[in-house]
Every structure is written in structure tokens, then in C-alpha cells.
Design a protein around this ligand. Sequence first.
Ligand code: F6P
Length: 366
Amino acid sequence: MSIKRIGILTAGGDCPGLNAVVRAVSKNALKNGIEVLGFKNGFDGLVRNEFLNITNETVSGILTMGGTILGTSNIANPFNYTLPPFGSADSPRDLSSVALHNFKENQLDALITIGGDGTLHMSQQFVDLGLPIVAVPKTIDNDLSATDQTFGFDSALAVATEAIDRLHTTAQSHHRVMIVETMGRYAGWIALRSAIAGGGDIVLIPEIPYNEDVIVNYILDRKAKGKNFSIVVAAEGAKNELGEQTVARTLPGSTDPIRLGGIAYKLSNMIEDRTKIESRACVLGHTQRGGTPTAFDRWLSTLYGAKALDMVLQGQFGYMAAFRDFKITEVKIADAISNLKRVDPHGEEVKAALEVGMSFGSSEIG
Ligand code: F6P
């Protein structure tokens, strides 16, 4: 099948590297004489038929830019559409047929979707309806199966690690406990890797339930040994032994209707109360998603984008570009969404962290 026109969209939470993928796909397509329509604000653009015609000028100079020139949405779900004026949170509508209609009306031969877990689920739903889709794995959370790394993760990790470095000097000066909260949803990758890279003392991740007594004793023990400050790195999704997580807000209609956040404040109060050591919370939040991508993410995004267009040319629809064993390859979208990729509590990274003296706030591990 000859490919003349393709669509591209960026969906879900933004992250560094999105523009680098859009650029790589578009440059490769335009070089092959293929027109590129960039749908605005994720799947919302496909429903509303809002797009821009991408030229070489459109993608010139965007390699290093954070965010996405196409805009994104982590609420717009054509299968459960809640955005006005076509839908509302109270009465969501299935507008997938509208999206399919727009795809056909624009005479598209393929669609490249760039996104995380929610986007891939929607992409698979559209694949099942016959849409020729190739996906690219994005998320700072690095929680997608079937790829060793998503783009955006390395940039978020760099932000979190720098924050831990900076918090070390202020914690040391004031003899305080600093609790740094990272993003990551239900996976502890950002917290664990930044804690290892930044020399955190305690790291709390969703995969290893924490116990408050263990945290308090570890900090008091450090103090007894003359270490009058501590750095606690807490993933937003960290949970206690009862399985309780800290929910910041709910977002009805979203493919991910819960937003985690705020655990650093809870821990800071608890630690100060019980250790009598002054404690402060620092929630990194969306700083981890903003700004320019690291060199690694620019490189990975460019390889992903170039590969995605190659996959379109080869008719590999229903597949996602993936990064495995330092090679760019392809996997079924269905395989990427079958399970969330989470930290193995008994794996090498946790073992190494324990071996350098870190605590996971658990009496089970360590
Ligand atoms: O999935 C990326 C992510 O940044 C998560 O780490 C975080 O839980 C969530 O998105 C935040 O979403 P929002 O931008 O809607 O606050």
C-alpha cells in the first residue's frame, strides 16, 4: 500500500522529547513525499477535526523544546468523551465513530500516536476498529511493558536527581529531614533511580509497602551515628502496609481517574512529630515533566520517531516502536499494555540500593 498522508498526535501528560519525536516522524515522512497532519490536543483533535499541516518549517528548531507543539490532553477519550460541547462528565459519549470518520475524510493512510498507558489503550481500541496505527511509547513514569525505556523518563530522572543534590546542602545546613516527592504513578522508577543517583537515605516506592516505625528508627539511628540530616525520596504512589496511598484529586472521565500526590507532607509531619527533628516536604510535581529533554531523550525520541515512520511504510500497524537491549525494535501495542512495568522488589536495583545502605522503610526488604 502506498502511503501518501499520515496523521500524528501527542496524547496524555506531556514530557520532554515529544517534539523531538514529532520532528523525526515529520522529517522522515516529508523526505518520502508524505503529507503530515498534526492533530491538536491528542485524540481531541481527531474528534474535533482540528489539525495543522506540518511542513519542514513547522518542525525546524523544535528538537530541544519541551512540551508539544501539537498540544495534548489526558482527558480527551473518544470512547468516553466528556469535554463540552459534545459531552460532559455526567454524560460521557462514545465519539469513536466521529474520529474514524475524520480519519477517512482526511484521506489518511496511517496514524502515529505518541503517548503512555492511556493513549496506548485507546490506540489499541482504534486498532481493533481497523485504524492503521503505529504507537510511540512516552511517559516520565517508565511504566510501560515491552520497552526497556520510554522517552521522557531520563529527563524527569535528571530533574529529580538534581533536586536531591540541591536538597542535600540545605538539609545538611539546617540539620533537617527533607522529604522529596517524585511522580511516577503506580511505579517507583523515578524515585528509586534518583535516590540511587542522588544518594538518598530512604526511598519509598509503591512496590514495597513502608512501615512508619522503620522510617523513624532509621532516621534516629542515623542521628545517633552523627548524621544530623536525612533525605527521604518518596514516590507519589508509595503506600503503607495497609495499602493506603495519598490521592490529590480525582479526574472523572480520564483514562487515569486518580491523581496521586501529597505524601511528602504527610510523612514530613509524621517524621517531625516522632523524631523531633525539623522536617520539610518538597513536591517536585510537574517540574519533572517540563523543560528541555536530556541528550539521551533527544536521541531516543529521534530514533523512535524515525522508526515509527519506517513501521508505517512497512505496514506494521497495531505495533509500537520499542527500545530493547539498546536496539530500536517493534512490539505489539497489546503486549505493551498487558501489564504495568514496575520495580522488582527482589531485583538488582533494589539489591544495590540496600547494599549501599539505603532503606526502603520496610522490615521485609533489607
Ligand atoms: O503519567 C505522567 C504523570 O506525570 C504521572 O507521573 C503523574 O501521576 C500524572 O502524570 C500527573 O498528571 P496531571 O498532569 O494530570 O496532574
